[in-house]
Design a protein around this ligand. Sequence first.
Ligand code: MTE
Length: 305
Amino acid sequence: MTPRFRNDLRWSDVTPRADWLSRRALLAGVGTLAATPALAKIAAEPSAYSTDETPNTLEDISGYNNFYEFGTGKEDPAAYSGGFVTDPWAVTIDGMVDRPGSHDLADVLKGQPMEERIYRLRCVEAWSMVIPWIGFPLSGLLDRVGVQPGAKYVAFETVLRPEEMPGQRSPFIDWPYREGLRLDEAMNPLTILATGLYGEELPNQNGAPIRLVVPWKYGFKSIKSVVRITLTDRQPVTTWQTLQPEEYGFYANVNPEVDHPRWSQATERRIGGGFFAPRIDTVKFNGYGEYVADLYAGQDLAVDY
Ligand code: MTE
């Protein structure tokens, strides 16, 4: 990665995790830790759903992003999200639920079991990473608000704040960014709402303060900085499907057998591997088939792409 040059750069932005931890310990020892602003720590249990693949460095994970609200370049989100205000934050949960309402982030998180989930992330652009998220199953939150029997889908929206998100001043997307899942996908234990990574609160560029993570689907389904969750009986309108329906479908399951119209999905480039690293084979459902393949029994995934 090309380094970014910002005067508020943290150790965590430029240093692989192991180095970063030891340097922080060193700094703490000489009493200067307070000089380096740090994101709050989040306690979390390890999860049986984690991959044992080596996570990408924090530099990769927070320096190479897609977050079009802050620009279309991979380094734009890190460069332009510094002024994004994520506290206070409220999430509205509405539609076909017994207890609709707007909840302060602390209320959303209350009682939810925080886990570290080390997941592969496969972008539709054919690159991938391994990210140690901190989060909790979306199902726990949906259970708490009471999903009504007729609900079939869950729709999600990112915050609309063009004054803080320069990309939203450009009208090429009908903001806010929207995504959706079928209810059974939303209730699957792999589907989490993440509030952190590498043991700390999410950096703004990764979707602070709360974002969806759906590891068997292309990354664009994992919507960032969520402010609204709506239970509905209709398939939700989603941003990328609206923009280019023949290229980006509602399902967007990672699938090496179904190519994107403009490129192959058979292989991927693991970020951080260096320029000469060989491409790796993409695995159906991003390797999570044992947990999710049943959801699509009887569906033709070339049609439901
Ligand atoms: N969410 C919003 N609101 N806006 C976006 O542009 N990009 C998506 C997804 N969520 C995006 C978004 C895409 S294409 C990917 S690959 C992932 O976020 C990237 O997540 P990461 O930057 O944390 O790796």
